[in-house]
Ligand binder design. Sequence first.
Ligand code: ATP
Ligand code: MG
Length: 350
Amino acid sequence: MDEKLLKLLSEINYPDMERDIVDFKMVKVAEFTGNDEILIILKNITNEEKFNILKKNIEDKMKGEFPEKKVTVELVKKEVKNIEVGAQLGEKEKSLSHIKHVIAVGSGKGGVGKSTVAVNLAIAMSKKGYKVGLLDADIWGPSVPTMLGTEDEHPFVNEKKKILPIENYGIYMMSIGYFIEKNLPLIWRGPLVTGALKQLMNDVEWPALDYLFIDMPPGTGDIQLTLSSDAKIDGVVIVSTPQKIAYIDAIKGIVMFQKLNIPIIGIVENMSYFQCPDTGKKHFIFGKGGGEYVAANYNIDLISEIPIDPKVTIQGDEGVPITEGLPGSPVTKAYVAACDKIVNFKYKAK
Ligand SMILES: Nc1ncnc2c1ncn2[C@@H]1O[C@H](COP(=O)(O)OP(=O)(O)OP(=O)(O)O)[C@@H](O)[C@H]1O
Ligand SMILES: [Mg+2]
């Protein structure tokens, strides 16, 4: 930038303030261009009215000093980083690329049963004879260690300095929960969280698995973006519950994954209904048809409807998932049905 011009600009205050625009770091460009022109480009100004006042003040000041020059004053708009479709999916080798199918289990909303679904899909898939892993990407609220009865385990590191996954029920798993003290909240900012996630992907000796399920945190934030840009994700399972307030958030998740060019395998509607054990009658406690509505309107498969069963919670809390503890239950059957859809999904060729 031209020092002389900067000096002049530093004599111009931001309207109604006592600080000048150079001090405010609002000057992006201040140059004499080839054709007798002075070009000033300002940044970080969102108020159009204030910009117009500044533009006039700058033009007057420059004209006073350099009457023969043409003065152009422009504003760069604040850059809004848009997710470019497929932009991050570059040539560089992605994490987890040695795993046959990496399946993210996500939702827009918290508490709809993502972790429960991820854990039970993993077990149901393993019981079909596949080699299965589970990565807990919920850095703030890891629940995989508890749900799979491994919360007191501590992972070992091998001679290659890679962390060995914990194994239980035939599942290879990893979670930040194995490294932090129980009952302590994790108060981490974005970069630490994404760093931890990358370690769980890259510094863990993940065996060559047929399926690796990833339990995602709720929402559409840093973790989702890091995973989609850094890891090979072959498909996403969206978990929702039947009520409108949940599926509206599920739609946000769907739109995000579509923008990121990640195929959506389908929706699992969790807590779909309660079937009375005495009468066999289905009660739609949380309403009816949410999953169907989303599936129809977003052209996505509804791959399973999982009933409400208090045993899901009991077994999850005790570390014996229902697919492990009650293989014949309607809930387990619903998971097996979802696994069939996941196996038969048409994955993109690599
Ligand atoms: N089908 C079901 N029937 C009964 N209880 C269920 C069912 N699915 C999940 N739950 C219970 O709902 C609670 C929330 O489930 P879970 O922790 O899996 O949700 P989440 O979406 O992972 O939550 P978070 O957003 O906090 O990660 C748990 O107590 C779980 O046992
Ligand atoms: Mg969870």
